[in-house]
Write a protein that binds this ligand. Structure first.
Ligand SMILES: O=c1ccn([C@@H]2O[C@H](COP(=O)(O)O)[C@@H](O)[C@H]2O)c(=O)[nH]1
Length: 241
């Protein structure tokens, strides 16, 4: 997948809603302001593949590409089947959990290859940005988020992932360790003064991009604004060129 060529293209707007009409209104407002629209578990659980297809078709082909953030995590055979099942939706990006293991990530990549050159980029989620060091330790992982993100990123990239999802606090370390090739997609991003909500490992949009993020993912600071399009535009305009 081609890397973004402008600050606007770096912005991924997360449309976290269960309501089709609300998602359609947000998509129409935000498509001109960002590079991709992200649909996640909330929308998919409520509206299913047909809802994704309807949203992608809305706007007469002018809708932004779709990032399907399903965070697949199951045995390799099941994940491969799920990837094949969503290929007709033509997502530009699709997530799996790196913690599912190398064979699972490889199965996702192999299944995605069926779509040919327009296959979705397979992104491996490392450590959820809602986990701080203590919450991660409570899951039995020793060593802290940076070490675990690096470990899972290496595993996933060696297994065939095109990139990883990490917090802004690990981006610079990943770029140093892994070089320019992996796509780095970064949620846990908050404009100065915005509520962090349930996000634990955060930084500003500018900090995330300066650290090496290819794309930043922003949800509530945009969708909760009185004017979501203006909020998205302000975030993109504050990004380094
Ligand atoms: O580690 C992760 C992986 C994915 N996400 C997703 O990004 C957005 C963030 O939304 P905000 O409202 O800006 O917090 C959301 O859709 C998550 O599912 C993440 O936050 N962290």
């Amino acid at each position: 997948m081609a890397r973004p060529d402008s600050p606007r293209a770096r912005l991924i707007a997360a449309l976290d809603t269960a309501e089709a009409d609300r998602a359609a209104a947000l998509a129409a407002a935000l498509a001109p302001e960002c590079g991709l629209l992200k649909l996640g578990l909330e929308f998919f659980a409520a509206q299913g593949p047909a809802g994704v297809a309807r949203l992608a078709a809305a706007g007469g082909g002018r809708a932004a590409p779709v990032f399907l953030d399903l965070k697949l995590h199951d045995i390799p055979n099941t994940v491969a089947g799920a990837v094949r099942a969503v290929l007709p939706l033509r997502p530009a990006m699709l997530t799996v959990h790196a913690a599912g293991g190398a064979a699972m990530v490889a199965a996702a990549r192999e299944a995605a290859e069926r779509a040919g050159v327009l296959r979705p980029a397979i992104l491996a989620v490392t450590v959820l940005t809602s986990l701080d060091a203590a919450a991660l330790a409570a899951t039995g992982v020793a060593g802290g988020p940076v070490q675990q993100v690096l470990r899972l990123a290496r595993l996933a990239l060696e297994a065939g992932a095109d990139g990883v999802v990490c917090s802004p606090q690990e981006v610079a370390r990943l770029r140093d360790a892994l070089g320019a090739a992996p796509l780095l997609v970064v949620p846990g991003v908050r404009p100065p003064g915005a509520a962090r909500g349930d996000q634990a490992r955060v930084a500003t949009p500018e900090e995330a991009v300066r650290a090496g993020a290819d794309w930043i993912v922003v949800g509530r600071p945009i969708t909760g604004a009185a004017d979501p399009a203006a909020a998205a535009r302000a975030i993109a305009e504050a990004l380094p060129a």
